[in-house]
Design a protein around this ligand. Structure first.
Ligand SMILES: [Zn+2]
Ligand SMILES: [Zn+2]
Length: 351
């Protein structure tokens, strides 16, 4: 049996990531195998490396993945070899809890996910159930398509958890704190939902601000140099903002969101800290702020994510600032950890 390289979390504990030779997957009935074209390095992968996020080793990690179908199992219809695809990350759930019943598969206590319980995308090939497969729109490259997963997470948070939509409710202004890949995806989703977006960053975010400009965002605030409250009041004509999205994963950013959002406003927390964070709870109380968490993605958010990419309302490709061979995973992880970058994707070598 042919073997491929795969980045495996070998056992629980800090580190324990290793590029191993593992057997190529073969599809069982109802399953599909695709050759990985690109898999993004996510903050969650760094938490897995640090043992701050529970997975079930030994498992190949990587959940932001896209590629080309190379094998189709028995009983699968409607897909062809060579189709360009990405894969939803929820592989299985209990199917009977209230969350499963309402389509919130992300919250099923028995959820098993790609790159955590089931072998994921930092590998030559990935096997998933056909129900997890989504076709990439013709205009979306494989590298751009690898970002469908983080985009679906942002769609879930913004459109499903706090309920913003172009036709329905949306605040006139939304703040996104943190111009990393997740922040710039959130910014595009909030804009697609009809809101004018103001992006906050620090002095270390110069290149990310340049990316934001490239994506058409003009209201960018360096919180280390400007008075955020004053600038927001000015940019919003005195309205302030009713929604702030914390996308930096830093306590100071969350505190900043609580400080700047209007009374009765909403702060959406996307992304993990890996540890407790000091937060100004009194501000939350005094302003009657709603603090919402959002976790992972739902099947419906994946469909919206594909639509947003296909219609050009969201462009994920400019966010990919490094493409590295899978063998370079360690340097790629270090780069992702250093921040300042956009999305770093790993590509397995062709064979
Ligand atoms: Zn992720
Ligand atoms: Zn369930």
């Amino acid at each position: 049996m042919a073997a491929m390289k795969a980045l495996v979390k070998t056992q629980t504990g800090p580190g324990n990531l290793e590029l191993r030779d593992v057997a190529d997957p073969t599809p069982g009935p109802g399953e599909v195998v695709f050759r990985v074209g690109a898999t993004g390095i996510c903050g969650t992968d760094l938490h897995i490396q640090d043992d701050e996020y529970v997975v079930v080793p030994p498992v190949t990690i990587g959940h932001e993945t896209a590629g080309t179908i190379v094998a189709i199992g028995a009983g699968v219809t409607g897909l062809s070899l060579g189709d360009r695809v990405t894969a939803q990350t929820t592989i299985s759930t209990c199917g009977s809890c209230s969350f499963c019943a309402s389509g919130l598969l992300n919250l099923c206590p028995q959820r098993r996910w790609l790159g955590g319980h089931v072998d994921g995308g930092f590998a030559g090939y990935v096997k998933v159930p056909v129900a997890n497969i989504l076709l990439l729109p013709p205009t979306v490259t494989i590298e751009a398509g690898a970002l469908t997963e983080p985009l679906a997470c942002c769609v879930h948070g913004i459109m499903e958890v706090i309920g913003m939509s172009k036709e329905g409710w949306h605040p006139p202004f939304t703040v996104v704190s943190g111009p990393g890949p997740i922040g710039l995806l959130c910014a595009q989703v909030a804009r697609a939902a009809g809101s004018v977006v103001i992006i906050l960053g620090t002095g270390a975010d110069a290149s990310r601000f340049a990316l934001a400009r490239q994506l058409g965002f003009e209201d960018l605030i360096d919180v280390t140099r400007e008075n955020v409250t004053d600038v927001i009041r000015e940019r919003t004509g005195g309205l302030g903002v009713d929604v702030a999205i914390e996308a930096a994963g830093a306590p100071s950013s969350l505190d900043g969101c609580l400080a700047l959002v209007n009374r009765r406003g909403t702060v959406l927390q996307i992304g993990l800290y890996g540890r407790p964070a000091p937060v100004s709870v009194d501000v939350l109380v005094l302003k009657e702020i709603t603090l919402r968490g959002t976790f992972s993605s739902t099947p419906s958010s994946w469909i919206t994510a594909i639509d947003l990419m296909g219609s050009g309302q969201v462009d994920t490709l400019p966010l990919v600032t490094q493409v590295r061979p899978l063998e370079d995973w360690s340097a790629g992880f270090d780069s992702a950890r250093a921040k300042g970058e956009g999305k770093i994707v790993l590509t397995p070598s062709e064979r």
